[in-house]
Write a protein that binds this ligand. Structure first.
Ligand code: AMP
Ligand code: TRP
Length: 332
């Protein structure tokens, strides 16, 4: 490991099946980062239990998500891949940071407001403190950059504030991390309502494509995607459905908006949609095959997450000990 590489940390919750949004907005970018940075990619199972999880589903999804990381092209030799609950420093650091967080700043988080609305009368306290746990994840590794989608910028801002606050109250302890938001494809929208983000928690399965959807399902969903009656493939806000499909196609093929517009000039949506669908199928099929292989032979996965946890444990402990000492806890 080269000492001078900048550190990247990111994570995804094993709380549902991954969508094409997760893939294009997060995973695909991570693959590009591994050459240049020292990366920690975490399956954040502690975050997942902020909403109710069926134990057997959580187990299955945690392993599947790790397999997806690897199948997508994140090399376990070059990066630290681990499961959050395997590294206790995350929970411990989160408590220490909770004690320097304000109710007001946590209450302002839009994700909390959205999720607590759905939770009804009994809002889990974990939903409220969730961004503090995320800050712990990031700060424990002296992270320089955090690649996340736009929806996570508010949480990242909190991590920066908490780092800064701790550094000021005690003494410099944490690196203050920056966001790393990719330019194109940062936000993939719902296929049924392009004003909303593509999300696995959407009630309508036609609104999202899952990374593990089979080719026919992908074709059917893209074919049903909401467009408009203008009939021109043009990248503009007046045509949000078409714009979204163009973003998807561009992210996968590397084509620019201009190239896509030129290619489909004078052609209807049907050819365009069919090409978008085929691009997605071609991109996801090899990944799906590798995921299935990894899940059949769990030994390889076990080795990877065990090794990852050892490395993560070592690095995170160092930061946690510093925090504990500065706060005034007696070392054992
Ligand atoms: P989540 O599924 O909300 O846990 O998000 C995991 C990661 O995927 C985060 O970095 C998100 O910002 C990203 N992500 C989720 N949905 C989308 C989307 N529709 N478009 C782009 N990025 C997304
Ligand atoms: N909150 C993030 C999400 O929902 C997941 C996450 C947890 C994360 N800890 C993190 C992302 C640390 C980046 C860094 O997408």
């Amino acid at each position: 490991m080269e000492e001078n590489k900048k550190v990247i940390f990111s994570g995804i919750q094993p709380s549902g099946d991954l969508t094409l949004g997760n893939y294009l907005g997060a995973l695909k970018n991570w693959v590009k980062l591994q050459e240049q940075y020292e990366c920690y990619f975490c399956v954040v199972d502690l975050h997942a239990i902020t909403v109710k999880q069926e134990p057997k589903d959580l187990r299955k999804r945690t392993l599947e998500l790790l397999a997806i990381y690897i199948a997508t092209g994140i090399d376990p030799e070059k990066n630290t891949l681990f499961i959050q609950s395997h590294v206790p420093a995350h929970s411990e650091c989160a408590w220490l940071l909770t004690c320097s967080s304000y109710m007001g700043e946590l209450g302002r988080m839009t994700q909390y407001k959205d999720k607590s609305k759905k939770a009804g009368d009994n809002i889990g306290a974990g939903l409220f403190t969730y961004p503090v746990l995320m800050a712990a994840d990031i700060l424990l590794y002296q992270t320089d950059l955090v690649p996340v989608g736009k929806d996570q910028t508010q949480h990242l801002e909190l991590a920066r504030d908490l780092a800064d606050r701790f550094n000021k109250v005690y003494s410099p302890t944490f690196k203050v991390p920056d966001g790393y938001i990719p330019e194109a494809g940062a936000k993939i929208m719902s296929l049924q309502d392009p004003a909303r983000k593509m999300s696995k928690s959407d009630d309508n399965p036609n609104s999202y494509i899952l990374m593990m959807d089979d080719p026919d399902t992908i074709r059917r969903k893209v074919n049903r995607a909401v467009t408009d009656s203008l009939g021109v493939v043009k990248y503009c806000d007046e045509q949000p459905g078409v714009k979204n499909l163009m973003t998807i196609l561009g992210c996968i093929t590397g084509m620019t908006k201009e190239e896509i517009e030129a290619k489909y000039e004078g052609k209807g949506y049907s050819e365009f949609k069919s090409d978008v669908a085929e691009a997605i199928v071609k991109e996801l099929e090899p990944i799906q095959n590798r995921v299935n292989d990894l899940l059949v032979n769990k030994k390889e996965l076990e080795e990877i997450y065990t090794r990852g946890a050892e490395k993560a444990e070592y690095v995170s402990r160092k930061t946690l000990r510093k925090m504990q000492k500065k706060i005034g806890f007696i070392p054992r």
